[in-house]
Design a protein around this ligand. Structure first.
Ligand code: 0L1
Ligand code: MG
Length: 264
């Protein structure tokens, strides 16, 4: 690690202020060029401790940057994980404010709900499937706090993987009823199709992404407890949204998720 404990706290303050004030900041490595991926996770862990100490509750985890296209788009070479807080969940069909977001984007993901603990460092997709209670279609709203959505891996990890809001769909499916590698997904903005994809874009199978998340948690000395909610990574490119936009994400065989953006 390149950062001192004081610097980790200082960067936690900086990211938290940008998240709460909904303003963009330069990527953290502009000021701390030696910052490593481990430093990014130290800042993220400080952020999680800070929010939990305020009485906010964690809802689960997310893994991002899980497709080759997304890694190329963002100029990084490995996935990253982040945490999800309960008060950033929004219901299917709800209206979401953009006033407290910087430059939001939406992406389509499959979310897992687990019924047994998963522990790395050698967790496999088969173990993930056996420990999965059900999966749902979901939308993630990401909102990098870095100017122009421009960052590197240590910075985006410190910003909790751009986590902003998440919207689990209401239709639950057991994993034996689906081929998780072959879910066709399409996203409409204001009634027009804007992007489509197939779930094998997520590391070949979203269950592999969950196994990778469990193995990344193990590096931090943590396991994934039973009854965790986990977002497995974007199947489609992230699409910018603004106040007034309506979004419909259709997952073949799984149902759809709908949201509306509003300035109020
Ligand atoms: O969930 C994601 O894939 C986003 C990870 C962070 C990268 C980004 O903000 O696009
Ligand atoms: Mg995502």
């Amino acid at each position: 690690m390149a950062l001192t404990p004081n610097e980790v706290n200082q960067l936690c303050d900086r990211v938290l202020a940008a998240q709460r004030g909904a303003y963009a900041i330069p990527k953290l490595t502009d000021d701390f060029p030696a910052m490593t991926v481990d430093d990014g996770y130290a800042v993220q862990a400080a952020l999680r401790r800070r929010l939990c100490a305020e009485g906010r509750r964690q809802a689960g985890w997310k893994i991002g940057l899980t497709s080759k296209a997304k890694m190329q788009q963002m100029g990084v070479s490995v996935p990253s994980i982040g945490f999800l807080m309960e008060d950033t969940a929004r219901a299917d069909g709800s209206t979401i404010s953009t006033q407290d977001l910087v430059h939001p984007r939406v992406e389509c993901e499959i979310a897992f709900f687990t019924k047994a603990e998963l522990r790395g460092p050698d967790c496999t997709a088969e173990q993930v499937l056996a420990a999965t209670d059900y999966v749902v279609p979901a939308i993630e709203i990401i909102d990098s706090r870095f100017s122009g959505f421009k960052f590197d891996l240590p910075s985006v990890i410190a910003d909790n993987g751009s986590s902003a809001r998440f919207v689990p769909g209401s239709t639950r499916h057991t994993v034996d009823a689906l081929d998780l590698r072959a879910i066709h997904v399409s996203l409409e903005k204001n009634g027009e199709p804007v992007v489509a994809g197939v779930s094998d874009a997520v590391l070949g199978n979203p269950a592999i992404a969950i196994a990778m998340l469990v193995n990344l948690l193990a590096v931090q000395g943590e396991s994934l407890p039973a009854e965790s909610f986990v977002m497995s990574g974007a199947i489609t490119e992230a699409i910018p949204v603004k106040a007034g936009d309506s979004i419909r994400a259709k997952f073949d065989g799984m149902g759809s998720v709908n949201i509306q953006f509003d300035a109020a």
